[in-house]
Design a protein around this ligand. Sequence first.
Ligand SMILES: [Zn+2]
Length: 310
Amino acid sequence: MRQANIGTHSRTADNDILPIDWNRGRIPLKSRGWIYAAAIMFVLSACANGPPLQSGPPTHSPQMENAADTGKESSGEPAPTGESVREPLISSVPKASVPAKIAYLTFDDGPSLNTEHILGILNTFGVKATFFVIGNGSEQGRNLYRKITDSGHAIGNHTFSHDYSTVYKSVASFKRDVEKLNTLLEQTTGKRPELLRFPGGSNNHQARKHGGSRIMSDIAAAISEEGYVYFDWNVSSTDAASKMQKREDIVESVRQGAQGKQTIIVLMHDSAGKTTTVEALPDIIRLLQEQGYRFQVLSKDSMAVRFLQP
Ligand SMILES: [Zn+2]
């Protein structure tokens, strides 16, 4: 009777709760009780310890979360120890702390027919550059000013006349020349450039010959006061070193000049006659791309390379 009761009870229980295999009687009833108990203990233990995932290595460290929330930059701090080191740190660090290599290609003394060719090459590579132009009121000149800005490149003022004896005669003379070009550019493109490059750079002997020993620092101070930002360069393509510099020498000068530099302002010329600069440009772009540089246009906020401080 007792056995029958137990058996009835067990069968009912088995039929309602247990998987089919259990009905085949392979495991004695006595053992089933222990297995139930063990299963319950396992579940209780798991609940007390929290979800099983948390017992493994953390997938997201608290340090990273704090950095992301506050936007604080973690460089300069000692590296976190232990499990958090396994985090892919690079993905959590703000972009500003991993400086990109930036190349600013600059072309002086245009526009000319070569400007047209250069714009075509830049367009093919999808690269933007900065043109420090001089005065050219012809129809072709005006069209090229427009084409430069319409293509997303930057224009800077390189004085209207680019004549050393005129622009460096005095501060007033320099300002007049700059203003004359900016008026032409505003009429043509609708914008007045605030970027400027001195003919010959900010530290040139010609200027002192025409305007005295203080002329460059006086002009630099005066134009900075008016809101202009001037740029020199830290990589020369040497395309102005001779009347017709060899294409290979231009490429090699840029390669050597860029070595070890994170940000480069490359000096080139798009004036008439500088055809080897046009020929060298595709190689220069490929070379710098292979070295990891990204190309940008100069703006007032760009790193300013200056031989002479205002
Ligand atoms: Zn120039």
